[in-house]
Design a protein around this ligand. Sequence first.
Ligand code: NAP
Length: 293
Amino acid sequence: MILIDGKKTAEEIRKEISVEAKRIFEKRGSRPHLAAILVGHDGGSETYVAHKVKDCQEVGFDSTLVRFEDNVSEDELLEKIRELNINPLIDGIIVQLPLPKHINEQKVIESIDFRKDVDGFHPVNVGRMVIGLPAYISATPQGIVELLKRYRITTAGKTCVVVGRSNIVGRPLSILLSMKGEPGDCTVIVCHSRTPNIEHFTLQADILVAALGKPKFIKANMVKQGAVVIDVGTTRVPEASAKNGWKLTGDVDFNEVASKCSYITPVPGGVGPMTRVGLLYNTLLAASKKIYQ
Ligand code: NAP
């Protein structure tokens, strides 16, 4: 069994991004610049955005954090996005989700100029990805594909089972793995909460991706011998002995499953660090105008 080290791989990619960021600075006199909008004070969102700002600093990007209180109006938020859309100094824009209930998330996502949509959530980017055109690909599926590439795990002809069909993880990943070419050319099965006898499908997987948000859901009897197992889940499970009172737990019962796998990602230290680096990569693409002029 080989443990896929997402932390180490992400570190290598960060170094590559830093080199490119320097090149961009030399060429145009400004660093790649990410604007992040944070609404309210949710603990998880605060942490994620703080990481994104720190990640930018570490690779030599500029970042702007725009903060609003929970009671910000949808119009006010949209006005700020319009401002950032036309600001030539901003390469990428993200709005940390979830947003308060009185704000229409989809409307906010669609208000971001798709050329600056480095989260890859805008329908233009999703649509272009689906038909194989260059696009910003959302960070987690992109990170998983990159891990498969860098660990030289061949995907062509493999059966891949993705458990979860969310717009940010399961669905885009299932599309990427079914695309023509490597990594891709998989036969993909997508499972979700309405899939009966889920183990019937997971047992067929050469590559099994668990992205459902149910801690330790995937047990040894659901996994084929020699499978590649990618664990996307990150649930904070209460644990009295932990410093902060919780432990980040994946969707795979690692202790049971690991010995059956050819490769497996741990939680933490697997997909998570690759997700962080995916946003940096997209911001770099935006700054270098590699996808859109
Ligand atoms: P989500 O939007 O809640 O989607 C969960 C998906 O899993 C849905 O499609 C749901 O089916 C399916 N599902 C739920 N219960 C199921 C069950 N018992 N059997 C089969 N399918 C089931 O979640 P998400 O945003 O994709 O995130 C999934 C997990 O990944 C979460 O733990 C999240 O924290 C984590 N995550 C980690 C990273 C990272 O960087 N490591 C990034 C993003 C997300 P329905 O469609 O039928 O409801």
